[in-house]
Ligand binder design. Sequence first.
Ligand SMILES: Cc1cc2nc3c(=O)[nH]c(=O)nc-3n(C[C@H](O)[C@H](O)[C@H](O)COP(=O)(O)O)c2cc1C
Length: 311
Amino acid sequence: MLTTRFTELIGCALPLQQAGMGGVATADLARAVSEAGALGMIGAAMVPAAQLAQTLVDLPSPVGVNFLMPFVDTDAVEAAAGAATLVEFFYGDPDPALVERVHKNGNAKAAWQVGDADEARRAEQAACDLIVAQGVEAGGHVRGTIGLLPLLDGVLDAVGDQIPVVAAGGIGTAKAVKAVLAAGADAARIGTRFVAAEEADTHPEYAQALVDAGPDDTVLTTAFGVMWPDAPHRVLKSCVDAAGQFAEGDAVGELVMGEVRMPLPPFAVPCPGRTTTGTVKAMALYAGQSVGAVTKRQPAVEIVRELTADL
Ligand SMILES: Cc1cc2nc3c(=O)[nH]c(=O)nc-3n(C[C@H](O)[C@H](O)[C@H](O)COP(=O)(O)O)c2cc1C
C-alpha cells in the first residue's frame, strides 16, 4: 500500500479520510472505516462533551473528531483532544488558541478544512498539523469558491512543504482518489459516498435519493439557512424545490433524539437521519458532485476497498 505523510501522521494503512459529517458520521461509521484501514471520523457538531468522551472510550485508534466552528464547544474539543488521533475544525477563521487547546490536552493532531490558500496559510501559522483543501464540488457546507484541482495547487504551494494536505470535494471513485494523490495530495477525503454507508445515520429515503442522483443534480445554495444563515452548502436540487412547497410556520417533519422530538421548519440545517420523520425529500439532502458514484447502500468497508482498489 501507499505510504504518504498522511498515513505516517495518522498511523493508518490507507491515504483516505472519511469526512466528519454532523449527524451522519456516527461512531459506528468511524469504527468501520478505521477498521478498514482508512481514517474514520465522528461529526461532533452539537454533541455534548460528556457524550463525546463516552463515545470515544469505545473506539479503536486511529479516529478523528470534526467540529463546526459556528457551534464549537471548547469542553468537547478538550474531550476529543484527550482521546482522539485527530481533532479537526471547519467553517471559521483558523484559531491558534483552539489549536493550542488540542495540543495541550492530549496527543491529538489538529487539522483545519479550508476553502482557499490564504486560509490554509493561516491554519499552518496557527500550528495545525494537517490541512484539508475543500473544492467547491463538495457536498455539505462549502467554504471556498474554486474547483478542487486549482485549489489543491494553491494550497500545496502555500503550505505543502510544511504539512500534509488532504484533498476534498467531488471525489467518489478509485480513479479520482488516484488523481488527487498524483496531483500532490497526501490523502483523499470522502463525504457523500459515506453518507450512503450502511453504518451512517442516514434516512433510507436520503440514501436512495443519492443513489438516484447524477453529478449534475446538485446545487450550491444558501437556501437551508434556518439555524445557520448565509453559509453556502451543496445539496440535491430536488430538496430545495420540495422545501419551497412548504409555507413559513409549517413543519416538514421531526428530528428525534432519544426522548426529545424537535419540529423541523422548512429549510432547517439538519439532514434526515434514520429516526427523522416527515417529508424527507424536502429536508437538507447534502450531496457533492461525487454523488454520481453512489450506486447503492453498502457497508463502509466495501466503500473503502472500492476507493483504494487502484493504489
Ligand atoms: C451530509 C454531509 C455533512 C457534512 N458535514 C460536515 C461537517 O459537519 N463538518 C465538516 O467539516 N464537513 C462536513 N461536510 C463536508 C465534508 O467535510 C467534505 O468537505 C465533503 O463531503 C467532500 O465532498 P464530497 O461530499 O463530494 O465527498 C459534510 C458533507 C456532507 C455530504
